[in-house]
Design a binder for this molecule. Structure first.
Ligand code: HEC
Length: 260
């Protein structure tokens, strides 16, 4: 009885050990582990790198914003990535937004204002899908919505490779190693030099991908720096209280004979 139990146990163990790890199933739909570059905002002491935020905004503005919306970011909040008031005003006025109704009950178009949310390139998802075959999703929360967050976006941007032999793609789809199913409707958005950086940084594909992910993480979590700073202050305060109470305890008990 004991022996057969042991054998059964050993067999079960061998089956578990021999099973391929989840997500690594062989075949054309295999998704490799995400790329994991280091971002300045990761870790307890991590903070947004101001220069990277500004460059990341430039990538978003010059490239991604031609297709993707960023509905949860207001123009005026872009002062946090280093834009001046005048730059923000000019940026908002680049696009028209529908407003109204006016005194005659008619809707009309007006240039954007700093208090508007970033004006999307398409009036709605259907209009965008009609052009690209799939709607480019709003990127405001992408860095916290998708599994892997910043690593996922970075991997998608770096994941455009030629389709492996024998894999045929539907028309207007592109092969991407990290996209579920591999056939993505987004044309590879980054090519060397796609962006002109104001600070003169060389616009390589990994540089632009890294910067824009920093910007998109800020879009999703603009108060990350403050939250971490507050957390550290709270921890410091708790440590201080611990020391204080310990000293107090020793003071109170110092005249009590504690021998037993
Ligand atoms: C020419 C239009 C276009 C440009 C430019 C573009 N995208 Fe896209 N993007 C799309 C479309 C269309 C999809 C939807 C793909 C699909 O569902 O197959 C998409 C999907 C994505 C996804 C995957 C989302 C998901 O559903 O998991 C990410 C991430 C993304 N884009 C980020 C970016 C970033 C960052 C930039 C700028 C560097 C950018 N895109 C530029 C059209 C574009």
């Amino acid at each position: 009885m004991m022996r057969s139990l042991l054998i059964g146990f050993a067999v079960a163990l061998a089956m578990i050990a021999g099973a391929p790890p989840a997500g690594a199933a062989p075949g054309p739909n295999r998704i490799p582990p995400l790329l994991r570059p280091h971002f300045s905002f990761q870790g307890v002491f991590g903070r947004y790198n101001k220069a990277a935020l500004k460059r990341g905004f430039e990538v978003f503005h010059q490239v991604c914003s031609n297709c993707h919306a960023l509905n949860r970011v207001d123009y005026h909040s872009l002062s946090a990535v280093g834009l001046t008031k005048a730059q923000i005003k000019a940026l908002a006025a680049e696009r028209q937004i529908q407003a109204g109704p006016n005194a005659e009950g008619k809707m009309f178009m007006r240039p954007g204002r700093p208090s508007d949310p970033y004006i999307p390139p398409f009036p709605n998802a259907e209009a965008a899908a009609a052009v690209y075959g799939a709607a480019p999703p709003d990127l405001s929360l992408m860095a916290v919505q998708r599994k892997g967050g910043p690593d996922f976006i970075y991997s998608i941007l770096m994941g455009f490779v030629p389709a492996p032999k024998g894999v045929s793609l539907p028309p207007n789809k592109f092969y991407n190693e990290y996209f579920p199913g591999h056939a993505i409707s987004m044309p590879p958005p980054l090519a060397p030099g796609a962006v002109t950086y104001a600070d003169g940084t060389k616009a390589t594909v990994p540089q632009m991908a890294h910067d824009v992910v920093t910007f998109l993480n800020w879009a999703a979590q603009p108060h990350l720096d403050e939250r971490k700073a507050l957390g550290l202050r709270v921890l410091g305060f708790v440590a201080f209280l611990t020391i204080l109470f310990y000293a107090l305890k020793r003071q109170i008990w110092k005249n009590v004979d504690q021998r037993d």
